[in-house]
Design a protein around this ligand. Structure first.
Ligand code: MC0
Length: 140
């Protein structure tokens, strides 16, 4: 089902400070910045590498409010890895295939993600404590 790692999402308190750290320490470059009200985040995508199935990124996430997924995560666990996003060819098909194996979907239908992607989250409690995201990138 998974074609590649699309991105690793990292929760942080201050997006601008973390961007500066990733740029100056690792030489990564921001290729997209968005506010996603539905997900309650302000985020930046930093390009890491290109592969056969598409690129991979680090996604830095700052909560828009404390009462959001990332806001709650930060207050409970502090800064760190928040989720892994896997590239899939067809997010709706991947959701159906994975749900059929007994893993709970957080989203009943695909939602809007970074850079025009269609995304859906799987419940971390059914994936060994790892919040897992399916990512279908738009076709060019
Ligand atoms: C919470 N838990 C996690 C977790 N967040 N475990 C692993 N990784 C995470 N990121 C655990 C908690 O520790 C807790 O475990 C249990 O799940 C319930 O957590 P909660 O704090 O009570 O919070 P809930 O249940 O209200 O929400 C957790 C849930 C939520 C994962 C369902 O965060 C969610 O719907 N996430 C999906 C959407 C999301 O994360 N959006 C932000 C990124 P214990 O053992 O203490 O019970 S948006 C994004 O990334 C987009 C823009 C994109 O990629 O393009």
């Amino acid at each position: 089902v998974f074609q590649r790692i699309d991105h690793v999402g990292i929760a942080c308190h201050n997006l601008e400070e973390k961007i500066e750290f990733y740029e100056s320490t690792f030489g990564l470059v921001v290729v997209s910045r968005e506010v996603n009200e539905e997900q309650g985040v302000r985020e930046a995508m930093l390009h890491v590498a290109d592969g056969d199935g598409g690129a991979s990124y680090i996604q830095l996430l700052e909560p828009l409010h404390p009462d959001t997924a990332v806001g709650k995560y930060l207050s409970k666990r502090g800064e760190g890895v928040h989720h892994i996003g896997y590239g899939v060819a067809d997010v709706a098909k991947a959701m159906a295939d994975i749900a059929a194996k007994g893993v709970r979907l957080i989203d009943e239908r695909p939602r809007h993600g970074s850079m025009g992607a269609s995304i859906a989250f799987l419940h971390p409690k059914d994936v060994g404590g790892v919040l897992t995201e399916l990512v279908e990138t738009p076709r060019h």
